[in-house]
Write a protein that binds this ligand. Structure first.
Ligand code: NIG
Ligand code: FE
Length: 422
C-alpha cells in the first residue's frame, strides 16, 4: 500500500520533537515545507519533502488512486487528543440548563448528578450499547482530523463496570481506524453510597481494580480526580503510587475547580501529564516544568463551565510543555472538536497559532507516550496525516466552529475523503 500526497500549500511536519516535547520558543517554531509532499508505504511515512523532489522520486511508481493532490490545502500530522472520556453512556443537557440558571457544577455532582448521573447510565448500558455510542463519537473525532485518542474509564466505579468501559475501549481500538490509548480512572468520583467512608473505596481502587486492570493489560495510564470534595492529594498520591507499582503511568486531573496542589503532586509522583490546571499555583507550574510533566490544557471545559481559563501563557513561558485536548465528556465539555479547542487556546489562553498546533500534535503525543510513533510527519512514524481545506495554517485557529478537514489518512489509508468517512 503506497500513498503520495503532493502540492500542499503548506506541509507542517512538526519534526524534531520525538525525544522531548517542544517547550518555550520551540513551541512556536513550525517546520513548514511550501509546496510540500509526503510519501508513505505500508502504513509508515517514508519521506517528506518538496513536491518536486518527491514527484521525481516516487511519481512514476504510484498509480492514480495512490496520489492525493493537496493543492491549496494545509497538511499536518494527524491530530492527537490526549484526554477524553470517550466511553460513556447518555447525555446531561438537563444539567447544562441547570447551570445556565446558576447552579454550580460541583453542587450538581454532590447532589448525585454530574459524574454520578453518567455513572448510572454507563452502568446500565450493555457492552454493545456503550460500544455503539462511543463509536459514533470516535467517527466524529476522525472527521475532525484526529487520528489518536486517549480514552479514560471512570464512569463505572465498580470493578465490573470499570472493566466494561476499558473492554469497550480495547475493542474499539482494534476495530476503528483511530488509535486508542487507554487510561484507568476508577478514582473519578466516590460512589454516592460510599461518601461516608471514602477510604474504603480508595482501598478498593488500589487493591482490587488496579491489579485487575494491570493483569488484563487494559490500560497504560492511571488517572485520578484530585479535587476538594472528590479525592484528596493524599488519597490521590496513594492511588497513583499503587498504579505505578503495577506498571500504570500516573496522570492527574489537577487544580480544575480549586487550587489543590495537584500540579505539585503530579511533579512529585512523576506523572506523565497533569491535566486541566485552571487553578494551578505558580509553585506547581514551576515544579511541572522542572519535572518535565506535560500540561494538558482543556479550554473547552473552562468555556463550557464558564470558568477562568488556565494560564497557558504563564506555563509556556515557565517551560512547561503544553498540550491541548477536548476533555470530551457529557458534563463539563460535550464536544469532540479539537479544532475548536485550538481557537480557544488562542483566544482565551493567549497561545499563538503555532503553539496550538504544537499542542495538538507533538506535545499531545508526549502527553500519552506515543511520540515515537505519532505527532509528526517524519520517516518511520505512522502515516497519520490530516489535510485541511485552508490556504495556510493560521486558518486552523481563525475561522471557528467549522470543520475544515478535507482528508484524513490513518496508517497510510485514506479514511476521510472530501470531508466524508469512507
Ligand atoms: O475532566 N473532572 C472530572 N472529570 C471530567 C468531567 C466528567 C463529567 O462531568 O462527567 C473532567 O472535567
Ligand atoms: Fe477529564
Amino acid at each position: 500500500m503506497k500513498l503520495l500526497i503532493t502540492h500542499a500549500a503548506q506541509l507542517i511536519t512538526m519534526a524534531g520533537h520525538t525525544e522531548k516535547p517542544a517547550v518555550k520558543e520551540a513551541m512556536s517554531k513550525l517546520d513548514i515545507i511550501e509546496n510540500g509532499a509526503v510519501y508513505m508505504e505500508d502504513g509508515k511515512i517514508v519521506e517528506v519533502g518538496t513536491t518536486e523532489a518527491l514527484l521525481e522520486k516516487y511519481g512514476k511508481s504510484v498509480k492514480n488512486d495512490e496520489h492525493i493532490d493537496a493543492t491549496g490545502k494545509v497538511v499536518t500530522p494527524g491530530l492527537i487528543d490526549p484526554h477524553t472520556h470517550l466511553v460513556h453512556a447518555g447525555t446531561r443537557e438537563n444539567e447544562y440548563a441547570m447551570r445556565l440558571e446558576g447552579k454550580a457544577y460541583m453542587d450538581i455532582m454532590e447532589a448525585g448528578g454530574g459524574i454520578h448521573a453518567t455513572t448510572r447510565a454507563t452502568q446500565a448500558a450493555s457492552h454493545e450499547e456503550l460500544y455503539e455510542q462511543s463509536k459514533k463519537r470516535l467517527d466524529q473525532f476522525l472527521l475532525h482530523g484526529v487520528t489518536t485518542v486517549e480514552a479514560k474509564s471512570g464512569y463505572g466505579l465498580t470493578l465490573e463496570h470499570e472493566m466494561k468501559q476499558l473492554e469497550v475501549a480495547d475493542q474499539l481500538g482494534k476495530d476503528h481506524p483511530v488509535d486508542l490509548v487507554s487510561t484507568f480512572m476508577g478514582a473519578h468520583a466516590i460512589p454516592m453510597d460510599e461518601k461516608e467512608n471514602p477510604d474504603v473505596f480508595v482501598d478498593r481502587v488500589i487493591n482490587e481494580m488496579i491489579p485487575e486492570v494491570a493483569k488484563r493489560n487494559l490500560a497504560t495510564f492511571n488517572d485520578v480526580f484530585c479535587e476538594r470534595g472528590v479525592f484528596t492529594p493524599e488519597q490521590s498520591r496513594r492511588i497513583l503510587q499503587a498504579g505505578k507499582e503495577h506498571g500504570l503511568i500516573p496522570k492527574i486531573h489537577a487544580d480544575e475547580i480549586e487550587p489543590y496542589a495537584g500540579a505539585e503532586l503530579a511533579a512529585s509522583v512523576g506523572a506523565i501529564s497533569a491535566d486541566h490546571l485552571l487553578r494551578a499555583s505558580d509553585q506547581g507550574i514551576k515544579d511541572m516544568a522542572e519535572a518535565g510533566v506535560v500540561g494538558v490544557l482543556l479550554p473547552g471545559t473552562a468555556f463550557f463551565l464558564m470558568a477562568e481559563f488556565a494560564e497557558a501563557r504563564k506555563m509556556i513561558d515557565a517551560g512547561v510543555a503544553v498540550a491541548l485536548s477536548t476533555d470530551a465528556n457529557p458534563g463539563s465539555s460535550p464536544t469532540i472538536s479539537l479544532p475548536f479547542i485550538m481557537n480557544l487556546g488562542c483566544l482565551n489562553m493567549g497561545m499563538t497559532p503555532e503553539e496550538v498546533l504544537t499542542a495538538t500534535t507533538v506535545n499531545a503525543a508526549h502527553a500519552i507516550g506515543c511520540a515515537d510513533q505519532a505527532g509528526s510527519l517524519e520517516p518511520g512514524k505512522k502515516a497519520d496525516v490530516t489535510i485541511f481545506n485552508v490556504p495556510n495554517y493560521l486558518f486552523l485557529s481563525y475561522q471557528y466552529g467549522m470543520n475544515h478537514v478535507d482528508t484524513v489518512v490513518k496508517a497510510g489509508v485514506p479514511r476521510v475523503v472530501g470531508g466524508q468517512l469512507v
